[in-house]
Design a protein around this ligand. Structure first.
Ligand code: ZN
Length: 352
């Protein structure tokens, strides 16, 4: 009774308030840990399933493989002019980057690690930013010549690259198309070339963060922003549209309103994940050549399983990978499969 002092009413009220707060905290922590543990259980379950198969996960596309490739990844510069389409071998890439070249056209960089393709091309010339993108995934750059800046950079560094100008034997030209839109090679040729020239040293390939479809679906329930269609407003003739196919849970790709096909398989290209990376871009010469600040940080949008995720990207040094984090500071989770990374100037319109 002494605890209550002379006037017990305020003390009793305080005690009641304290008890209510304790109950509230207990309920909150019970449900909080309950929902957290369901997510953890799903993750653990999917990790166990992967372990039980005895397989490993490819770091670039999350595919389950018996063993990781012996050969270093190759990043091939691919033409995207209308007369270069349809290209060959893009469906087999682990990862594809798309960005601008000068004059309002786009160019691709297709990265092959566990992916194999018997025909890849048309192969085109390098730009400085393709060197940086290849470096971010520890790949050997494959190209046919380059802009003066790119060739200068390659000459003055020991960056691993394979130039068709120096090794024409490992490439071929097809007669149905006119140069320079007709240069091809195969992934096995490129691996052989890399081995023959001592470039195939063992490297660690940085990994994206993949989760299973079921974990993604569960997390998805908590995040509401969704979109069936993503449109990237590249210059006229190069606009890209991705349309979500709920059955395949993938985004079908269109360029200039037409399905973008792979000549090798005649199937439409698609992306399991689309990452849009906004970068500072400047025109650096009279030809309209571009400079892109890839060692930097900025805004990103990630589209995966119909969800739209606001993100930030960061690349701390030229030879370090680019990371993508959510606004909560967590590494963005992707679904296993081919991702397309769209590197675009900051003022490019993206609708979804
Ligand atoms: Zn792979």
């Amino acid at each position: 009774m002494r605890l209550m002092g002379k006037n017990p009413v305020p003390v009793l009220l305080g005690l009641a308030f304290f008890i209510v707060m304790c109950v509230a905290v207990a309920i909150n922590s019970f449900f909080g840990s309950f929902s957290g543990s369901r997510e953890e259980l799903l993750r653990e379950d999917s990790r166990k399933k992967t372990l039980n198969t005895g397989k490993l996960q490819c770091p670039l596309d999350g595919a389950l493989v018996d063993r990781l490739p012996q050969d270093r990844p190759v990043a091939v510069v691919i033409d995207n002019l209308p007369r270069a389409r349809p290209q060959s071998g893009l469906t087999k890439a682990d990862l594809v980057y798309e960005t601008l070249a000068e004059g309002g056209v786009t160019r691709l960089l297709a990265v092959y690690y566990h992916g194999e393709a018997s025909s890849v091309g048309p192969i085109r010339s390098a730009r400085p930013y393709f060197i940086e993108l290849a470096g971010g995934v520890n790949a050997i750059l494959v190209h046919s010549g380059g802009s003066p800046e790119a060739l200068e950079l390659l000459k003055n560094s020991n960056f691993p690259h394979l130039d068709e100008f120096r090794h024409p034997r490992y490439f071929w030209r097809i007669s149905q198309r006119r140069p320079p839109h007709n240069l091809y090679s195969s992934i096995s040729n490129l691996h052989k070339l890399a081995r023959d020239y001592g470039l195939n040293n063992e490297v660690k390939v940085p990994s994206f963060n993949f989760i299973s479809d079921e974990v993604k679906e569960y997390i998805g329930e908590k995040k509401s922003l969704q979109s069936d269609e993503v449109k990237i407003h590249f210059p006229r003739g190069y606009e890209v549209t991705y349309s979500y196919d709920p059955e395949e849970q993938t985004y079908c790709r269109f360029v200039d309103e037409k399905p973008h096909l792979d000549a090798a398989t005649n199937s439409q290209l698609s992306a399991r994940n689309i990452i849009v990376q906004f970068v500072k871009t400047n025109v650096v010469d009279g030809q309209g050549r571009l400079e892109m600040a890839l060692t930097d940080h900025g805004r990103a949008l990630v589209f995966s399983g119909k969800k739209v995720i606001e993100a930030v990207w960061q690349k701390p040094a030229t030879d370090r990978p680019t990371t993508f984090k959510t606004m909560d500071g967590e590494t963005v989770e992707l679904l296993p499969g081919q991702s397309w990374i769209e590197i675009i100037p900051q003022n490019t319109k993206v609708s979804f």
